[in-house]
Write a protein that binds this ligand. Structure first.
Ligand code: AMP
Length: 430
């Protein structure tokens, strides 16, 4: 797996700074392919779905290409729903944090048009909107597309499914021949091809390759839990499986740091491995993990690139990887040297589509694994204490302890009751 840094994609320093602040460590594969292509002026179709980092894939070039400080918009982004329009606007505002003169304004139905008019009047360089509301503004003359350089159709197949074809074509007819057109779509049905042929100039097709295969001998599971319950799920799986070494992957550096704190406060020895740490610190963390001083290593994809530890019991995908290739690489950190391994990917309801996509590419079904209940964890803890008890009995050397217990056994309690009380103390303290 070759990792190309953001700095090699021709991105301006102000945007690189924002990307770093957002905790993105390396571009996703759709970003590697589309950012330079959009910046070089090509029309393109990104065959990618949500979760692949597609918003930044078009958002970064959009910010870079926008005419800073201009009164009329230079970028128009069309989205099927107001929720997506709001989400895209939020991501663009973060990406443009250090870029002067780029304002992003969302326009969508359901919000009073007056508010949007005011914002547009102040001057927006990037407009993100649903097709219906964009047409409204065009008709009123409150949105002018004369200076448009880039049009992005986000989730184009969804927009067609929702009956926006006519609106889209009307908008594209305004911009056709004057600006670059970029489209993202999870599927490429005939209707999408028709739009491409009619409104795009020799578009480049960009998709995530589907040629990855996973290693045999790794049990691959998906655990459906709400995002807020993931740390609890990690704890229960670790306690129940009596695992010694776990590798936990997050998509951003910031998420790694947060998770380390959460796990440490739950009493686990956990540490992070990511690109903000210098090589020296990384080597130290790695050595601690190898020698078992740290039981959980929380890493980004980039940091775990060269990771070579043989006895990782379990790999968690705390975040669903943005690329199936990352998935394969991540889970390949367990089940090494002929050992069996286990990989657990957390998914909330929203992640279901992305899991399906990964399954399709790796040609393997992830088995559903319910989150262990508190009771199950307790029972499994007891089992391991019983093993310890038997080991202690077999090892002998109990004389001085017998002397302490004997007087109690001669009183009101049976030896079984005394043993049970000691056992309870041990289980509850663990
Ligand atoms: P999207 O596919 O645009 O909906 O993005 C999914 C999520 O991935 C969003 O929360 C983004 O902020 C995040 N994201 C985008 N690019 C990267 C990256 N290079 N590294 C880590 N996270 C990213």
């Amino acid at each position: 797996m070759k990792i190309i840094p953001f700095s090699e994609l021709g991105i301006q320093p102000e945007i690189l700074k924002a990307v770093d602040e957002m905790g993105f460590e390396a571009p996703t594969s759709i970003q590697v392919k589309t950012i330079p292509a959009i910046l070089s002026g090509n029309d393109l179709v990104g065959h990618a779905q949500t979760g692949t980092g597609k918003t930044a894939a078009f958002g970064i070039p959009a910010i870079q290409m926008a005419d800073k400080g201009s009164k009329t918009p230079s970028v128009l982004i069309l989205c099927p729903t107001r929720e997506l329009a709001i989400q895209v606007t939020g991501e663009l505002i973060k990406l443009a944090k250090f870029t002067n003169g780029v304002f992003t304004v969302p326009v969508y139905g359901g919000q009073p048009i007056g508010r949007q008019l005011n914002q547009l009047k102040k001057g927006a360089q990037i407009v993100v909107g649903t097709p219906g509301r964009v047409i409204d503004h065009l008709k009123r003359g409150t949105l002018k597309l004369g200076a448009l350089k880039l049009v992005v159709l986000d989730e184009a197949d969804e927009m067609l499914n929702m009956g926006f074809r006519e609106d889209l074509e009307q908008i594209l007819s305004y911009s056709h021949g004057k600006s670059q057109t970029v489209m993202f779509s999870a599927t490429v049905p005939k209707t999408i091809r028709q739009i491409m042929n009619r409104w795009m100039e020799d578009p480049e097709m960009i998709k995530i390759e589907g040629k990855t295969e996973t290693a045999a001998g790794i049990d691959q599971f998906v655990m459906e839990v709400r995002d807020s319950v993931r740390t609890e799920a990690v704890s229960r799986v670790m306690d129940m499986g009596n695992f010694k070494l776990a590798l936990i992957f997050c998509n951003t550096k910031r998420m790694c740091d947060n998770l380390v704190q959460e796990l440490q406060s739950r009493g686990y020895s956990a540490d992070a491995l990511h690109g903000d740490m210098n090589q020296n610190v990384r080597d130290k963390v790695m050595n601690k993990f190898r020698s078992g001083q740290i039981e959980m290593l929380i890493a980004t994809d980039v940091a775990a690139r060269g990771l070579d530890v043989e006895n990782v019991d379990v790999v968690f995908n705390y975040d669903i990887p943005q690329d199936p290739e990352y998935y394969v690489h991540r889970i390949g950190r367990t089940g090494r040297a002929g050992r069996s391994g286990m990989a657990i990917t957390f998914s909330s309801g929203r992640g279901r589509k992305r899991i399906k996509f990964i399954e399709k590419i790796i040609r393997t079904r992830l088995k559903p694994l319910p989150m262990p209940s508190v009771r199950e964890v307790q029972i499994s803890k007891m089992d391991s204490h019983i093993e310890d008890l038997l080991d202690t009995l077999n090892a002998g050397g109990l004389r001085e302890y017998i002397e302490q217990i004997e007087p109690i056994a001669e009183g009101d309690f049976t030896p079984i009751e005394i043993a049970a009380a000691l056992f309870k103390m041990r289980v509850e303290r663990a």
